[in-house]
Design a protein around this ligand. Sequence first.
Ligand SMILES: Cc1ncc(COP(=O)(O)O)c(C=O)c1O
Length: 441
Amino acid sequence: MSGQKFLFSRRHFLGTSVAAAVGGVSTGLVGASVEAKQRPVPAIALEGLRPSGMVDEAYWWKVRSQFNIVDGLAFMNNGTQGPMPRVVLEKNERILREIAEDPTDNYRRDDINAVREKVAPFVGADPSEIALTRSTTEGMNIFAHGLDWREGDEVLMNSHEHGGGRGPYLTLMERKGIRINVIDLPSPPESTDQIVDLYEQAITSRTRAIMVSHITYVTGLMTPIKMLSEMAHRRGVLVSVDGAHPLGMIDLNFHEMGCDHYSAAGQKWLLAGGGTGVCYVKGDIQDQVWPLMGGPPREGATATRYESVGQHNLPSVLGMGDAVDLQETIGKRNIEERDRQLSTRLKEGLNEIPGVHLWTSSDRGLSAGLTLFSVHDIPMQNVVTALFDEFRVHIRTMGTGNLNGVRTSTHFYNMPHEVDRLLEGVRHIAANAGNYMTTSG
Ligand SMILES: Cc1ncc(COP(=O)(O)O)c(C=O)c1O
């Protein structure tokens, strides 16, 4: 596809002495060869990861050493699914083994509740408002199908909503005759005020709820949930947030944000592995939201009413507690700042490359760890393939809205040299655009 190939060399990896300890060099692909496997590094106990001084590159290298990502791979797509850190992987393995060896207690309600007790302060909620789910989609369905909708009621959303949040409303449209009112937001919007105004203008006398992504999966647009909730509540409208991305990326506080419902993924930025999620239903609206499964809620029931799904997958649920522990140890603020530092480095670099169009705002209030861009009008799949084949950088395509974009996730386990390698790749692709226009070229 391209002329000049990228050559891997140690200079791309070895920035510090800690880097030398944890950063191997290999051109191998995932699972392709023994060489591609990361050299074993002893797991560091959580206390050893608590920042004691400067949160500098040496510190982040230490954090990076707690991941099993194969050498040489710059994995920048945890917006789809993140890599489990060792502490979570080890917990999953341990619980799986325990269940196999001693299956006398397969419910472990106390252990599950201990995870809930950890999650609640992590997201600024009360444990009675937290249901531990299997995915964002499950939590979005809990709210959507839990409300008593009447024919003609409306839900308001924008055109960049994910199918996980949109899906239940499409069903409700067919089953109950509700209406879905869809607005377009600019990519990127000018300000948080502009976003709130566009929603407010679209509210009608029949609008019951706004369903909105806190951070859209398309351009990474961050919605001002607090402002939006204040406006919506003034108009008597509930706010249901699709929070697949922000959990583990930014410092969340549901009570401060004021939304009525928030459904988050565990497998993405929290790095808790597949089959994990968190669903917040504000205490004072729980009686309006019926459980999706199971019997009617008992007197005094809390958000556990939304967990009647049968037995939990214990390794996943309990592992999520360790994912929270890891983030609390590093510090939620430190993680958010690191993610932003990396995405700023990326956006600033992209802005300097002729032919690159950035769809994501550089405004701190409108974006965080997800970045969407296009390179000339090169088909998005060609950009993704070239970055992987020639530069060992894994990102993903994003075709929603015909943006022909490629989406990058920058999370705290990524290192600045990985961002720079991505930029080097994009620079090369942009400068040799003709070579990348066709898949056969
Ligand atoms: C914005 C958004 N919502 C919902 C989902 C679905 O997430 P889950 O697989 O956790 O249900 C995704 C997945 O990528 C997403 O990006």
